[in-house]
Design a protein around this ligand. Structure first.
Ligand SMILES: [Zn+2]
Ligand SMILES: [Zn+2]
Length: 480
């Protein structure tokens, strides 16, 4: 895996666990564009083959090209020993968290844990950063430096899964064990059935979920809708328990798949919203610290470090998502830099205003910490300012695309009408075509989704009225 080696060289391979060392290397790197890591992956991977003949010969002899002491990992394309590989991967993660200010000392972070390698590594690495912060606190004299809290959430989809209930129970036991066996500080584990967002009564919730999924005929639409429901579940857990950030394990490979499938589904406008390090359009902002890591690297780490993962729960994708996933995997097998290249290309698209963390009152923040961290900053005139969101999937909708909203103005805000401003992808793949089925679909949706839709419509109507106010008749002009 040449990528890890290349990243390692570029990052100065943050083998030193020392924070100061990291800060120094961070300072050096912040002047460069953030996409440098990926672009260098490509550049160095090719230059390695030309210039580093000594490294090649070392690799041929099975030695790690970084430390030149330990044996490189066998059976993989990686030319690093396990120690250097791990240090490089953790370094990449830590640099992302630090330079993008993804986790601050006052945060309470919820990790979306599916049991797969990506979220397993996210849990492990966030835990290690927390442990380090705790050690710093213990060592400090004034004890005023807060340590961020960490929790994990697992969305239980057993009600709609094809996995047997016995196997599912075993998997949940394993998840409990994984989280509880992490060293202190203790981490709370939240296991919530996905039906919880429909009803507090578990049977009722499951029935409504099943009925709702049954109304969606398109397999891709069904899978995507389930993905939205998962996000709503995670947001509910996060806000119910006072978490301030939601960490997802989305890695470069996953994002590369999303880039291609979103393009195929006609979601080009909203695509830049989903692929940034920060997505604050949700009540609890979502962060993606593994965005620059490849699925293969994360799997390799779990394998060599003996981190237990639950592949059972990570079933194959269907429809467009399944096709794209196999396509991107094939591309990557042919050329290890293809996934980062896809992400890097999509990164040229302009992000949205909500792709940065909301400004918080700095007086409550710790200045020494703040000084070391660089906020995600892009000029506001360079970013998309859309504030219209799809009522189903929460994707931003083009400002100019107001036709559907216009048709809602003046109409009832109850019933299925309020879902008129869904993105074209949801209208095509998820929403029923018949008005009568639409009412039924609407009646089954989780309350939080309906509330968000209502809120969005009110906000959209106000903004729309503001935009067209000069063309509106006033009351006394009526009938002229
Ligand atoms: Zn080494
Ligand atoms: Zn949508």
């Amino acid at each position: 895996m040449a990528c890890a080696a290349a990243a390692c060289h570029e990052n100065g391979c943050c083998k030193d666990e020392d924070d100061e060392g990291l800060v120094l290397s961070t300072k050096k790197r912040t002047a460069e564009p953030t996409i440098k890591t990926n672009s260098v992956l490509v550049a160095t991977a090719s230059s390695n083959t030309i210039t580093s003949s000594t490294e090649d010969s070392e690799h041929r002899h099975g030695l790690c090209v970084k430390c030149k002491v330990d044996a490189a990992l066998a059976g993989d394309e990686c030319n690093l020993c396990f120690g250097c590989f791990r240090a490089s991967l953790f370094g990449k993660f830590k640099v992302t968290v630090t330079t993008k200010d993804l986790i601050s000392p006052t945060d309470n972070v919820l990790i979306a844990f599916s049991g797969g390698p990506s979220s397993r590594v996210a849990l492990q690495f966030v835990h290690e950063i927390q442990q380090k912060a705790q050690r710093n606190l213990d060592a400090s004299r004034d004890k005023s430096y807060p340590v961020f809290g960490v929790g994990a959430a697992f969305i239980d989809e057993s009600a709609i899964s094809s996995i047997s209930s016995h196997e599912f129970e075993q998997a949940i036991q394993d998840i409990r064990l994984i989280v509880s066996s992490l060293a202190p500080p203790a981490k709370e584990l939240h296991i919530a059935p996905i039906g919880n967002i429909f009803s507090l009564d578990p049977n009722d919730g499951t029935e409504r979920l099943k009925e709702l999924l049954h109304t969606i005929n398109d397999v891709t639409g069904k899978e995507d809708f389930l993905q939205h429901l998962r996000m709503i579940s995670l947001q509910k857990i996060a806000s119910d328990h006072g978490y301030t950030k939601l960490v997802l394990g989305s890695c470069a490979s996953r994002i590369a798949c999303h880039v291609i499938s979103a393009t195929v589904k006609g979601q080009g406008y909203s695509l830049p919203a989903d692929i940034q390090y920060v997505d604050a359009r949700w009540e609890v902002p979502v962060v993606l610290p593994l965005r620059d890591c490849l699925a293969q690297e994360l799997k390799m780490l779990c394998h060599h470090e003996g981190l237990k993962t639950l592949e059972l729960l990570d079933g194959p994708r269907s429809g467009i998502n399944g096709l794209v996933s196999s396509f991107v995997t094939l591309l990557q097998e042919e050329n290890p830099s293809r996934q980062p290249t896809i992400v890097r290309t999509a990164e040229k698209l302009t992000p949205f205003n909500f792709n940065r963390l909301p400004e918080i009152d700095d007086s409550s923040n710790h200045l020494p910490f703040r000084r070391r961290h660089k906020k995600l900053n892009f000029k506001s005139d360079e970013s998309n300012t859309s504030e219209f969101f799809c009522q189903i999937c929460n994707s931003p909708i083009k400002n100019s695309d107001l036709e559907s909203l216009r048709s809602i103005l003046g109409h009832s805000e109850t019933g299925a009408n309020i879902f008129g401003s869904s993105c074209s992808s949801c209208q095509f793949q998820i929403l029923p075509k018949e008005p009568s089925s639409m009412e039924h679909f609407y009646s089954l949706l989780p309350k939080s989704m309906v509330a968000r839709a209502r809120e969005g419509i009110c906000c959209n109507q106000d903004r729309l009225r503001e935009q067209i106010k000069d063309c509106l008749l006033s009351d006394d002009e009526e009938g002229i």
